[in-house]
Each structure stands twice: as structure tokens, then as C-alpha cells.
Design a protein around this ligand. Structure first.
Ligand code: MLC
Ligand code: AMP
Length: 512
């Protein structure tokens, strides 16, 4: 396909960059290789189908449920070209989670890959939302006149769990996205010769910004697998000319485990395949020092660990050229300002004392969607309060943990204990429940639930988990459940979550 577009891409640099790289390979997926020109033409078709004769979507929210690949990119870009706000669904979300996103965003339209259209059909009908399949969306005319989009428009809403019970929509403008991308291009030395493998889900910032958008802005090639599978990733390391890889610690743990299970000759082949990479990055959760060391032994690479958050993209990073310190997340990225505030609200100016990390910069999101109060509470004097407790040692930041026990990081996903509890309380047999995150060598933390139940027969854990999978994303479903006579409480009658964590930790040490 050739792009004969006359659209003015100048306000959205990612499109301008793509037009400049028209002939280069942008995306490789199961359907083959696609040039930047292919992406632009297809995105214009999607935009035309979404506009359906209108001149501009004017920030209407368009959700989409499309697996990682060429169609994902063209739908995301088509929404942007039409002036809409792109809202990616998680492809493994069950109906209640999909419905929440559709209704919270008050979506005008939703685009579904053919395999997901049946899942979205009745929801779209119930909420009077226009449903298009990707085939229909790609049927628009690539000659349609498109609106001129300013960089301060809302571009994307990503849902993130917090200390409130329901996930909040984090709104990013095109300028926020650009700022997050440009800082990483500079810090990690991206060039058009880079070739990156994406195995991350594309409803979160790690996959969307750090991998996909950075690659497409740089004129590089992004190769996408539909999902992570350790053997397949190792095989693609052997076969494909990658230069970059980015993943969460659980993925590195899985790759280490698969390498350890391989026969000696295969191990040598896999290790040799890592030589062609120029950089491997870890983030989204704390990288255990043991994984850092093991990966270095296996691959010869010193992982670059960085720190980020949906609301701010990436904020802190170990250096590309200088010392990458295990257990630390480095320094503020270009254009990002960081400060540490102690519990009295005073800034920590020297190395040593711990405090909350706060962030300022063009990378910081615009607002929580339709939640002015929550947005206001998230900032102090223009600084975004991350809720992460950090310390600076010898100029390197180290993440010590979160200020709330109700935020759990599992497999790189942030989940809210309160959100899960609210769902568990709707189970017919559960009277009371408390959800905690418990340390785990594979997942970082695993979601654990202590419950009390009605009746004397108890509750089957298998049927409970099967039920929970219909309500919650797979990563929010409690891995372990204990049925208690009563939940531990303090003298005020408040459930004591540290005591519940201990119950699960004890259960684990009893088993090992
Ligand atoms: C899935 N399972 C879990 C689980 N997730 N069990 C315990 N804890 C979890 N967290 C179970 C499922 O229920 C299922 O069980 C089995 O594992 C396989 O499920 P799956 O969905 O196929 O899992 P898998 O593909 O293996 O997932 C592992 C993973 C995934 C590591 C690939 O978790 C992942 O993609 N994580 C990355 C998340 C991410 O991108 N985060 C970035 C957020 S942005 P059963 O019983 O059905 O077999 C951010 C900012 C920043 O954090 O700094 O980047
Ligand atoms: P999310 O809201 O899903 O974007 O998750 C953001 C959170 O992930 C941050 O607030 C941190 O708690 C955590 N996080 C991200 N990167 C790291 C890291 N390198 N080390 C420790 N925690 C991290």
C-alpha cells in the first residue's frame, strides 16, 4: 500500500515520523511484515470508518479489543487520526471488567477483532455503543479528509487500580505521550535500526509506550507475539535479528526457568542468541537481585532496571552507559523532575532518609477520567504523589515499597485489594473477606484472600476460583484462599491485614 495522504501530521509527531519512514518495516506479526506506509493507510481507513461522515470525533472515547499486532496499531492510530480517545481493553478481561470500561468511559464506539466481537456484542447493544469489527473498520476510505489534531487533545485512557475500589481511567494527552516517548528515545539510545520484540499486553503503558510507541516513533521495527510463552520467546531470540527486549521481572523469571530446563547444548544456543541484543530492560515491578544476577550469567546482559507508573510513564532509570546498580532504579529521566518528601511534608535533600516519591514533568498525565476530586488529591503543589516509598543512596533511587497495603503488584500488574474484596463479597457463600499480596518468587506478589463463609459445609476453592474468573481479570483472581472462622481484627474491630499476610506466609513455609 502507498500513502497518498494529504493530512497534516505535524501536530502529532508520531505520524510525521511514520510518514518520513514510509518505506521501512514498522510491524511484524503473524500476518507478516507491514511498512509504515501500510500502517498509515490502514489507520486512515479506520479513521474514516469511525468518522462515518463526521468531520471530527472530538475526543469521543473509542474502546478496542484487538490482540497485539498490525490491527492493534492501525485501530489505535485510526482513533487518534479521527480525533478520538483510544481506550484499549485487556484481551483476557471477562464481561464485567469490559462493561466497567465501556460504561465508565461512556464510549461512543468499540472496535473488536473478529474473535472478540461476540463477547462485546451484547454489551455494546446494552449501552447503545456502535460496534465495529476490525474488518469493518479497515473498510473505510483512505482518501477521507481527516481533522487537524492539536497535541493538547486527550489521546488515551488507561485503567489503573488504586486505593479506591474501582480502577480509575488515567487520561493522557498527545503531548504527554510524546513527552514519555521522547525521553526514552534519548535515554536508551533508540535508532531506526532497532528491532524490538513485544510480548507485553497492550492495555498498559509498558507495552504501549516503552515498546510499541517508542519503536514506531524511532522508525524502528516492532515484532509482536500474541502473548508471552517462554519457549516461543527463546526460539524467536534464536531466529530473529532483535536489538532490544523489555519485560517485567516475572517474564525474566520464566525465561530463566525455561533456560534451566533446557539441555546443555540448547542452553548454549539460547545464551549465544542474546549476543545480538544491545539492551535488555526490566520494569513495572521490583527486579529481584537474584534474577538480575541469574540473567547476567545466562545472557551476558546487565539488565537496565527502570521505574514508572501509568500516570507518569517512566520516571527513573538506570543509565544506558554508566553503572546499572542491582536493586536500584537509577536517576530521573531527561525532562522528569523527582523529589522525596518525608512524612512531615518536608523535602528530603540528602541521601539516606526515606519518603514518598513525587514527580513533575511533561510526562505527567492530565487527569483521572471524570474524577476531579481524585485528580486534585493526587497532586501537591503541582507534584504528582506516586505513593511509592523511596530512598536515595549515592545518587541512585531505590524503591522500598508502597505506602498502601491495599496495592498489590503481581506479574507486573497493579491490582487493588479493595476492588477484589468488593467483588468477592458478591459471592453467595462469602460473608467477609480480606485480600492481601504475599511475596512470591515467580509473580513478585500473589493475590491471597482470607474469607469467612456461610453455613458449615465450607466452600470449594475450585468452584470459588472458577466463579472469580468470570468476574475478574485472570491476574486479579486470588491464587490462594483460606477459609477462617473469623478474620483477625484489632481492638477497634478493624481487620488487621498484616496478620492475614502472616497467615499466608506461614502456610507457605509449612508447605516447604
Ligand atoms: C495469571 N495467572 C496468575 C497471574 N496471572 N496467577 C497468579 N498470579 C498472577 N498474577 C494464572 C492464570 O489464572 C492462569 O491460571 C495461568 O496463570 C495462565 O494465565 P495467563 O493469563 O495465560 O498468564 P501468563 O500469560 O502466563 O501471564 C504471565 C505474564 C503476565 C507475566 C506474561 O502476567 C504479563 O503479561 N504481565 C505483564 C503486565 C504488564 O505489562 N504490566 C505493566 C503495567 S504498567 P489457570 O489456573 O487458568 O491455568 C506499569 C508501569 C511500569 O507497571 O512501570 O511499567
Ligand atoms: P502501574 O500503576 O500498573 O503503572 O504500576 C506502577 C507501580 O509499579 C509503581 O507505582 C511502582 O509501585 C511499581 N513499579 C514500577 N517499576 C518498578 C520497579 N522497577 N521497581 C519497583 N516497583 C516498580
Amino acid at each position: 500500500m502507498t500513502d497518498k495522504a494529504t493530512t497534516d501530521y505535524s501536530a502529532l509527531p508520531i505520524f510525521k515520523q511514520a510518514a518520513n519512514n514510509a518505506g521501512r518495516c514498522a510491524v511484524i506479526d503473524g500476518s507478516g511484515e507491514h511498512s509504515y506506509s501500510d500502517v498509515l493507510v490502514a489507520a486512515r481507513r479506520v479513521a474514516a470508518a469511525l468518522l462515518a461522515g463526521e468531520d471530527d470525533l472530538r475526543e469521543a472515547r473509542v474502546t478496542f479489543m484487538v490482540p497485539p499486532g498490525f490491527d492493534y496499531v492501525t485501530v489505535q492510530w485510526g482513533i487518534w487520526l479521527a480525533g478520538g480517545v483510544a481506550v484499549p481493553h485487556c484481551v483476557s478481561h471477562p464481561e464485567p471488567e469490559l462493561e466497567y470500561t465501556l460504561s465508565d468511559t461512556r464510549a461512543a464506539a468499540t472496535v473488536a477483532a473478529p474473535e472478540f466481537s461476540a463477547k462485546l456484542e451484547s454489551l455494546a447493544a446494552r449501552h447503545q455503543i456502535r460496534l465495529l469489527t476490525t474488518d469493518e473498520a479497515l473498510n473505510g476510505s483512505s482518501e477521507t479528509r481527516l481533522p487537524t489534531i492539536g497535541t493538547d487533545r486527550r489521546a488515551m485512557i488507561l485503567y489503573t487500580s488504586g486505593t479506591t475500589s474501582k480502577p480509575k481511567g488515567v487520561v493522557m494527552t498527545h503531548r504527554n505521550n510524546a513527552s514519555q516517548i521522547v525521553t526514552l528515545l534519548e535515554a536508551w539510545g533508540w535508532t531506526a535500526d532497532d528491532h524490538i520484540l513485544n510480548v507485553l499486553p497492550l492495555h498498559h503503558t509498558h507495552g504501549i509506550i516503552n515498546v510499541l510507541s517508542c519503536a514506531l516513533w524511532a522508525g524502528a521495527t516492532c515484532e509482536l507475539l500474541p502473548r508471552f510463552e517462554a519457549e516461543q520467546v527463546w526460539q524467536s531470540f534464536v531466529e530473529r535479528p532483535f536489538t532490544l527486549f523489555m519485560a517485567v521481572p516475572t517474564i525474566y523469571n520464566r525465561l530463566v526457568a525455561a533456560w534451566e530446563d533446557a539441555p546443555r547444548a540448547r542452553q548454549k544456543e539460547l545464551s549465544a542468541a542474546c549476543n545480538k541484543f544491545r539492551l535488555m530492560v526490566s520494569g513495572s515491578a521490583a527486579l529481584p537481585v537474584s534474577t538480575h544476577q541469574k540473567w547476567r550469567e545466562i545472557s551476558g546482559h546487565t539488565l537496565l532496571e527502570r521505574y514508572g507508573m501509568t500516570e507518569i510513564g517512566m520516571a527513573l532509570s538506570n543509565p544506558l552507559e554508566d553503572e546499572r546498580r542491582p536493586g536500584c532504579v537509577g536517576q530521573p529521566l531527561p525532562g522528569v523532575t523527582a523529589r522525596i518528601m518525608d512524612e512531615n511534608g518536608a523535602e528530603v535533600t540528602e541521601d539516606g532518609p526515606q519518603g514518598e516519591l513525587q514527580i513533575k514533568g511533561g510526562n505527567v498525565f492530565l487527569e483521572y477520567w471524570q474524577r476531579p476530586q481524585a485528580t486534585q488529591e493526587a497532586f501537591v503543589d503541582g507534584w504528582f504523589k506516586t505513593g511509592d516509598v523511596v530512598v536515595r543512596e549515592d545518587d541512585y533511587f531505590r524503591i522500598l515499597g508502597r505506602s498502601s497495603i491495599d496495592i498489590i503488584k503481581t506479574g507486573g500488574y497493579k491490582v487493588s485489594a479493595l476492588e477484589i474484596e468488593e467483588v468477592l463479597r458478591t459471592h453467595a457463600e462469602i460473608l467477609e473477606c480480606a485480600v492481601v499480596g504475599v511475596e512470591d518468587s515467580e509473580w513478585g506478589e500473589v493475590v491471597c484472600a482470607a474469607v469467612t463463609v456461610a453455613g458449615s459445609k465450607g466452600m470449594s476453592i475450585e468452584s470459588f476460583r472458577a466463579w472469580a474468573k468470570e468476574q475478574l481479570a485472570p491476574y486479579k483472581v486470588p491464587s490462594r484462599v483460606q477459609i477462617l472462622e473469623a478474620l483477625p481484627r484489632n481492638v477497634m474491630g478493624k481487620v488487621t491485614k498484616p496478620a492475614i499476610k502472616k497467615l499466608f506466609e506461614r502456610e507457605k513455609s509449612d508447605k516447604t
